[in-house]
Design a protein around this ligand. Structure first.
Ligand code: BG6
Length: 533
């Protein structure tokens, strides 16, 4: 790969400013707004990607005046800006903040919003284009969309656009996702709807497509002939923190699988799209979701594992069990860990398991995709037993490590033929430096530009829920009897290891990223491979 000059990102690489528009944030008093959305918009401002003709209108129940809202934002940005605040840029930004207080159910509030939007159109020349961002709790999604429709705020014409970003979770199961799509579809054209999944805002996730389809050498081996299995690990060290109220109604499966993890799996497994047009990409992702082998009740018992963390040690400190976290029932049956074996029933992937696991309070924070290739077919190295050769592994590190590494066997120097696994490593920071980002910048910018590629289409969301629905049903009917079944600080319950072990495989320890591989394949005494691996 040609090395670019790190840190030299030009305006050309960054893109040009979006066109005139106003952004309306419902839930402007909430956490998402202060921690992510305002810092992300401010980063876009610093990156010169916001138009001069721009405004943000915050909407929430809190009775702030416009000045109070601006003051609050000025205080919060000092705490939550990623990459510092420069006062000149912030002055430009803060003057473009407006506020409407009211109840999301109250039609009068939408009347006030209309007046403010007219005002910003005049004051800031936003040209009547509006991006509505629903950063509210999910029960308000249909309410706000219907009220926006009733107030004719989402009406477009040849000169203006109106788009609506809907946050996660989009439904809590298949029927509710279908109902929400229906409610949204009564007011909006599908092209106006941007269902957000913040995993698609991560550079490393977007890079999966570049890696697969901008390079000629990987695609020929990207199939059942060469790939033994795929592992996706999304491990968090954090517990449920103060989100117990929400998490008790969601659990690890709903919270992470049909959205974030299925994004990773579809990007890794989809066929090359005919273009990078949003529909072309979404079509291929949806085909994968539809090809995921359905879970029968028996298969759920066999191929899906749930867990809940008990007390344990994280970084040497004792942390409480999930059941002792705030807003969590003392006998809670909510899973904080899920592992599954999935199969994609298509020509490319038949017979190749895709294992996924995700959990809170795990041994380390690591999001990683492992493509494990098949072993070589022949034992050419006579003193090497074939099962001691380490199969090639391609590891895509999404976070906190950001990079890609490929492991392969090499001869350990010396008179005896001995083999050891070594790594070829690519780290983003070595080539591109690091750009402070919340992860929302690209997504909101794309929405302002009218590019829905990194958002989810209605049928994708439903296809994803359809895959996990049988698991939700079986787990509901058969409450777990062994919770808590893993200690905080572990890699999940023993059953998750068993899921792979019975198929002769094991989870890769994500913390071994970039560490020295010490596995050797030799009949001679074990020896470490030296050098950077
Ligand atoms: C959110 C989940 O969507 O993603 C959280 O609701 C989870 O429970 C978070 O912690 C993980 O996101 P990230 O970007 O930290 O991997």
């Amino acid at each position: 790969m040609a090395q670019t000059d790190p840190g030299k990102l030009t305006q050309e690489t960054l893109g040009s400013p979006a066109g005139p528009c106003a952004m309306v944030i419902f839930g402007a008093g909430g956490d998402l707004t202060k921690r992510m959305l305002i810092p992300a918009m401010y980063n876009l401002c610093r990156g010169k990607l916001l138009p001069e003709e721009f405004a943000i209108v915050g909407v929430s129940i809190e009775p702030f005046s416009v000045d109070e809202f601006r003051e609050r934002a000025s205080k919060d940005i000092r705490e939550f800006a990623v990459g510092g605040v420069d006062m000149k840029g912030w002055d430009w930004f803060v003057k473009r903040l407006y506020y409407v207080s009211g109840d999301f159910h109250d039609p009068k509030m939408y009347g006030k919003l209309k007046e403010i939007l007219d005002q910003v159109k005049k004051e800031q020349s936003t040209a009547g284009n509006v991006l509505f961002y629903l950063a509210t709790s999910p029960e308000f999604f249909p309410v706000v969309v219907q009220q926006l429709g009733a107030a004719e705020l989402t009406k477009q014409d040849a000169q203006t656009w109106k788009r609506v970003v809907i946050e996660k979770p989009f439904g809590h199961d298949l029927p509710s996702a279908i109902a929400l799509n229906h409610a949204v579809g009564e007011v909006l054209d599908e092209k106006q709807v941007y269902r957000i999944d913040h995993y698609l805002g991560k550079e490393t996730v977007q890079n999966i497509l570049a890696f697969r389809f901008a390079n000629g050498i990987f695609e020929p081996v990207w199939n059942r002939r060469y790939v033994d299995h795929v592992q996706v690990t999304v491990a968090e060290e954090l517990g449920v923190e103060l989100r117990g109220g929400y998490y008790e109604t969601a659990g690890a499966l709903r919270d992470m699988v049909p959205n974030h993890i299925f994004q990773l799996i579809t990007l890794c497994s989809m066929e090359p799209p005919i273009s990078f047009d949003a529909d072309a990409v979404h079509d291929e992702q949806t085909k994968i979701l539809r090809a995921l082998q359905p879970f029968s009740p028996e298969k759920v018992l066999d191929h899906a594992v749930r867990g809940q963390y008990g007390e344990g040690l994280i970084d040497g400190k004792r942390v409480p069990a999930y059941r002792n976290e705030p807003h969590v029932a003392p006998d809670s049956q909510t899973p904080t860990f899920v592992a599954m074996a999935l199969h994609i029933d298509n020509w490319r992937w038949a017979g190749v398991p895709f294992y996924l696991r995700t959990g809170k309070r795990m041994a380390a924070r690591a999001t990683q995709i492992v493509i494990r290739f098949r072993r070589p077919p022949l034992v050419l190295f006579r003193k090497t037993s074939i099962d001691r050769i380490t199969p090639n592994e391609l590891v895509i590190n999404i976070q906190p490590e950001e990079g890609i590494s490929l492991s392969f066997e090499a001869k350990i120097p010396g008179p005896v033929v001995r083999l050891g696994a070594v790594n070829m490593d690519f780290q983003y920071s070595d080539y591109f430096g690091t750009t402070p980002s919340t992860g929302y910048e690209t997504l909101i910018y794309d929405c302002m530009m009218g590019d829905p590629t990194l958002f989810q289409r209605a049928d994708m969301v439903e296809a994803a829920w359809a895959v996990v629905q049988p698991v939700l049903d079986v787990w509901k009917a058969l409450p777990p009897r062994d919770f808590p079944n893993y200690a905080a600080g572990a890699w999940g319950p023993a059953q998750a290891d068993e899921l792979l072990r019975r198929e002769g495989r094991e989870w890769r320890d994500p913390t071994h990223v970039n560490s020295l591989h010490q596995r050797t394949a030799t009949n001679a005494p074990e020896a470490a491979v030296t050098g950077k691996s």
